[in-house]
Design a protein around this ligand. Structure first.
Ligand code: ATP
Ligand code: MG
Ligand code: MG
Ligand code: MG
Length: 479
């Protein structure tokens, strides 16, 4: 099944169960001081769970652009090294706001996976919240009973609070969850160790695909739980992981979500994916990061020196350096992947199409500017490593790399890690603070390094909201 059909079938399935299909919210969040990027499907519905406002329908479904590179969910270090965590990914979801609850959510999830997608029941495991006595939260008996009617008991696994209990914060709505995991190992591997043992153990072929959260409690300021007057369902399924299962491959990168991009990377860089692990990681990182950066720019977040802009710049510089070191790319090449990405994703996410030129230009400029200093920076870093006694590299030196050569600290740390070294991050922070104080004293006004040149209307862009409104797009020029 093509990825396009996987996405559409999900939405259609829930539409047929009376859900309203809505658009993805922007991946970049502009008005929430607690969150820079959307990291789950439920983010755009947060206020409804808090009882502020009512959704346009009690049943909603969508695919949400998510980015997990900061805060509570930060998967950046895993990306490329493993084959199932991305920075940017799509989360398919269905919601009930005070409408249906566990019975329907569980039955429909099972129906969709086993009857529509026709996933073999024998590769599925589910988890149920085991309860937590210390905190007075009961075992999720209701979910357990429902699953027992569907799946043999030896495929049900009890999970702890970390994996199977969702809370919005210290206070507020919360509840147990049930996850669905797949075991796509070979029969031979399965004979050696039961999939049960590998669920939630970071095994690349025994992975979580769907999380069903049942929001039934409110945690009060004193820590106690009370039953919510209305119960809600919030589910999230990893689209790329689902495609991996349905396309019968062993890595998200072998699905048609990624293969066109990987082919393009191979073509442009003259490398082959699949032969050398270091090259493989580099190719995966680049295929992943181009998506994160392109979607962020399409949502109006340009690379910059602070906040969300710096997160995007860091991701892009990481990709540039992987290309430089492991694929021998000394000239800009990542911007050349935007066309392939737009062909692949532009139908589901039209903002990519309408912003294609901007995305290409911004990425090319960023590549040009970082490539100017990357080479020298790497030479300096080599020298620093040679002069380092022991395993820890000076934060002061890392600061020089950051300040003069534009090396984000996590990039320096990553390069050092490849050589079995680590970094004195505390000392780096100290130097950074000193610099901030200096520039504050100089009372210099610095804005980002992009300036607004004109504002144009763009009717085709639907990234900012899904009210079908015309949205103003700002065009930028590098200064
Ligand atoms: P994992 O345990 O694999 O890190 P999670 O429990 O952190 O996943 P959830 O917050 O439950 O993930 O998100 C719902 C679903 O989104 C997961 O079941 C998974 O299929 C998918 N997902 C989560 N993180 C990523 C990621 N970084 N890249 C791709 N898919 C992801
Ligand atoms: Mg996770
Ligand atoms: Mg998990
Ligand atoms: Mg989960």
């Amino acid at each position: 099944m093509k990825s396009k059909d996987v996405r559409n079938n999900f939405l259609e399935f829930f539409k047929n169960k009376s859900h309203t299909i809505v658009s993805s919210a922007p991946m970049v969040i502009k008005d929430d001081p607690t969150l820079m990027f959307t990291n789950a499907g439920m983010n755009q519905f947060k206020e409804y769970f808090l009882g502020n406002g009512t959704p346009k329908s009690p049943r909603i479904t969508d695919t949400q652009k998510c980015l997990r590179v900061s805060g509570k969910h930060n998967d950046l270090e895993e990306v490329g090294k493993d084959t199932y965590h991305h920075t940017m990914f799509e989360m398919l979801g269905n919601w009930s706001f005070g409408d249906y609850f566990k019975k329907e959510a569980i039955a429909w999830a099972w129906e969709l996976l086993t009857e529509v997608y026709k996933i073999d029941k024998d590769i599925l495991y589910v988890t149920v919240f085991e309860g937590n006595e210390a905190e007075g939260i009961p075992v999720d008996q209701e979910a357990l009973n429902l699953w027992k009617e569907i799946i043999p008991e030896d495929r049900i696994i009890f999970g702890n609070k970390k994996d199977n209990f969702w809370e919005m914060g210290d206070q507020g709505p919360c509840g147990p969850s049930s996850e669905i995991h797949v075991d796509i190992r070979s029969a031979e591997e399965k004979a050696k160790v039961s999939g049960r043992e590998l669920v939630n153990q970071d095994h690349p072929l025994v992975v979580e695909i769907w999380n069903l959260v049942f929001i039934q409690f409110n945690r009060k300021a004193d820590g106690s739980l009370e039953k919510l007057p209305q119960q809600h369902v919030d589910t999230g399924m990893g689209f790329e992981r689902l495609c991996m299962v349905l396309q019968d491959v062993k890595s998200n990168y072998d699905t048609d979500v990624f293969t066109p991009l990987i082919k393009e990377i191979e073509k442009i860089t003259g490398t082959t994916y699949g032969n050398d692990e270091q090259v493989n990681i580099a190719v995966r990182v680049i295929a992943d990061h181009i998506r994160a950066v392109a979607f962020a720019i399409a949502d109006g977040q340009l690379p910059g020196n602070t906040g969300a802009g710096y997160v995007i710049r860091r991701i892009l510089r990481r990709a540039i350096r992987y290309g430089f070191t492991f694929l021998n790319q000394k000239e800009p090449f990542i911007s050349k992947l935007v066309g392939s990405l737009t062909d692949q994703m532009g139908e589901a996410f039209p903002e990519l199409k309408s912003q294609r030129n901007l995305i290409e230009n911004v990425i090319r400029e960023e590549e040009n500017s970082f490539l100017r200093t990357l080479d020298q920076g790497l030479v300096l870093l080599d020298q620093i490593v040679k002069e380092t006694e022991g395993k820890t590299v000076s934060g002061k030196k890392a600061f020089e790399l950051y300040d003069t050569y534009g090396f984000p600290i996590d990039l320096t740390a990553l390069i050092l890690e490849e050589q079995g070294l680590n970094l004195d991050e505390k000392e780096f922070e100290k130097e950074l603070q000193k610099q901030k104080n200096r520039s504050r004293n100089a009372s210099k006004v610095t804005s980002g390094d992009w300036e607004i040149v004109s504002e144009v209307e763009n009717k085709g862009f639907i990234g900012y909201d899904h009210l079908d409104a015309e949205v103003k797009i700002t065009r930028y020029r590098k200064v």
